[in-house]
Design a protein around this ligand. Sequence first.
Ligand code: ADP
Length: 721
Amino acid sequence: MKIESLDLPDEVKQFYLDSGILELYPPQAEAVEKGLLEGRNLLAAIPTASGKTLLAELAMLKSILNGGKALYIVPLRALASEKFKRFREFSKLGIRVGISTGDYDLRDEGLGVNDIIVATSEKTDSLLRNETVWMQEISVVVADEVHLIDSPDRGPTLEITLAKLRKMNPSCQILALSATIGNADELAAWLEAGLVLSEWRPTELREGVFFNGTFYCKDREKSIEQSTKDEAVNLVLDTLREDGQCLVFENSRKNCMAFAKKASSAVKKILSAEDKEALAEIADEVLENSETDTSAALAACIRSGTAFHHAGLTTPLRELVEDGFRAGKIKLISSTPTLAAGLNLPARRVVIRSYRRYSSEDGMQPIPVIEYKQMAGRAGRPRLDPYGEAVLVAKSYEEFVFLFRNYIEADAEDIWSKLGTENALRTHVLSTISNGFARTKEELMEFLEATFFAFQYSNFGLSTVVDECLNFLRQEEMLEKTDTLISTSFGKLVSKLYIDPLSAARIVKGLKEAKILTELTLLHLVCSTPDMRLLYMRNQDYQDINDYVIAHADEFVRVPSPFNYTEYEWFLGEVKTSLLLVDWIHEKSENEICLKFGIGEGDIHAIADIAEWLMHVTAQLARLLELKGAKEAAELEKRIHYGASPELMDLLDIRGIGRMRARKLYESGFRSSAELAGADPVKVAALLGPKIADRIFKQIGRREVLPEIAEPTLPEKSPSS
Ligand code: ADP
C-alpha cells in the first residue's frame, strides 16, 4: 500500500515521502484496511521495529487534522522523551507537541494547547485524578507497550487509566501497541478493537543458539572464529569484522560492566583512527557529566569502543551511550534488560548471555519468552543491516536443546491482569470515587467491570478485594463512613497527590505519634512507605546500620523489636535508604555515596526523586490535617531536590547553578543571590568559569560585562530575550 494512496491530507503524505517512507509495511497496511484511519479501535501485536510508531502517527495525524487531540501513553520517561523528539518533527505540519512526565499533583492545563501529548501511564492517571479539562477533548489514545498490563508494578495503573479514558470519552479511538503475546485476541476483545497480529519484520531475524564454537539457527549454521578465550567476545568480534554492531544482554549490572571491560581490549584493536577520535570525544563528555568511579570506568570502555548501560547510570550518561551507538561509534553495548524495553536501539547481532534472572522468591529462573523476544527483536537495523542475529549461549548440549525448545521455537506467554490485589486496587478505588466515577459499591463494580481484570476473571473475585479496600479507606478516614461512597477532603488530597493511601496513612500516623521531628525522623517516615524504593541490605551493612539505629533510637517514630526478624530487617533497609538521603542533603559527593551504598548515580537520583515527592506529600498532608511538620517537610523537600544544606538554598534558586558550584560560591563569601549581585564579576568568573558566571549574572538581573567574554556573549537585547 503506497503512502500516496492513503486517505490523508497531501501535506502529511508529502512529509513521509520526504523522509523516504513511500510504502506501508504489510502489518501497517493491514491496520489501515482494518480501519486505522476511520477511528476504529485497533490492537497491533507485532514485532519490534515493524513500524508501530508510524501506525500511531498516521492515526494521530488523521484525527488531529480533523480537529481532534491525541494522547500517547508510554511506560517509561526515557521513552516519552524519545517519542516527544520524534513527534516534534510534525511542527512542519503546524502540529504542537507536549510532554508530561513530572509532578503528579499538577493539572497541567497549559499542556492542553498541544495537539499531541506524550505522557507516562502514571502521569496520565494523575492528570485524570486532577480533573484536567483537556482530557475530555482527546480523540485518539495510543497505549504503547500495552503488554505491560501484565506487570505487577505498572499494569494496574495502565488498565485503570484506559478504562477511565474510555468511560469518559466513549467515541475516542484506542490504538494499543504490543509486543507479540499469546493472548492478543483476548486483549483486543477487551478493547473492542480489531487485531493486527503479525510476525513480519523489515529485516530478516536469524534466531539461534551458540554452542561449541558454532551458531546454530533453524536453517543454517555458522562457525565463529575462536580469536579469544571468551565465546561471547568472539561473537562480538565476528560481527564487528563484518561492520556490524553488537548488543549483549546480561542479568546483572555487575556482569554487564565486567563484560564491557572484558571485551574492550579486543574491540580496541579493530577501531579506525577516526573512530578512536570520535570515541575520545564521547568519553570526555561522559567525564564532564559525572565524576564517579563508574563514569571513569565507562569513559575508559568508550575509548575502546565498548560501553555498558544500566539503570545505575544517570539519564545524560545513558543518552551519551545510546547516541554514540546510534552514530556507529560505540561498537558494543553490554546492557541489563532495561534497554530492551522499548528504546529504539537496534544492532546487527544481539547476544543474550544469561537467560536466567534472579527472583527473591525462586532464586535464578529462566526469563519468560516475551522478554527473550523483546531482546532478540533488537537485532537487525532496518535499511542498514542485511539481517539481524539473536544469539543465546549454551554451555552444554542439554542447555542447547533447552534453549532451542523453550525460546527459539516457543510462543510468547499470555498476559494476565495484576489488578486483583488490595495493594494494586486501593489507590484506584480511592481515585475512582474521588473523581466521581462511582458513588455506590454497585457503580464502583460497574466501573471495574470495564477493566481487563474483570474481562479475564470475573467481577466476583474483585468484589471481595474491593470490600477490603473500602474498609481500609473508611477506617483511615479517606472515605466518609456512609453507604454512599464519598471521599473526605483527606481522601481527595491523597488521590490528587498520587500516592498509595497506605503511604498517606503511615505518614499521618507517624506525624501524630512522633515525639521529636528531626531530619532523620522525616526522612525515615517517607522511607517507611510502600511508595519508596528501598536499598538492599548487604551482609556488611547489618552491623553498621544496627549501631546507627541504637545511637539514634529516639529519632525514629517506632523501632520494631530485633526479635521480630523480618520486620526488623525491613526496618534496617528503610534506615539504610534514609541514610543515603541524609548524605545527599549534606552534600556528600555522588561518588562517595555510590561507593558507600554500593549503588550507581542513577539510583541516587531515582531515590531522591521519590523522596522529594513523598516529602512534598508529607508537607501537604500535615498542612491539611493541621499536624506538626509541615514547615520542616517543605524545607526538606527543597533540600532533597538540590541535595544540599539549608544555607545554600538561596543560591540554589539560581537556575543551573548546582550544589557543587553553590558550595564554592558560599565558601568564597557569596552567600546569597543578593550578595552575588554585588560581586566582582572577575572573581566569580575565576571561581565558576566565565560562561557560567555570565549566565548567573544575567539571571540575577545584573548586566555586568565580564572582560574576557564581553563582546561575543552579551547581546544588545534584554537579558530575557
Ligand atoms: P516499533 O515501534 O515497531 O519498534 P518503529 O516504529 O520505531 O518500530 O519503526 C522502526 C523504524 O522503521 C523507524 O526508523 C521507522 O522510521 C521505520 N519505518 C516504519 N515504517 C516504515 C515504512 N513503512 N517504510 C520504511 N521505514 C519505515
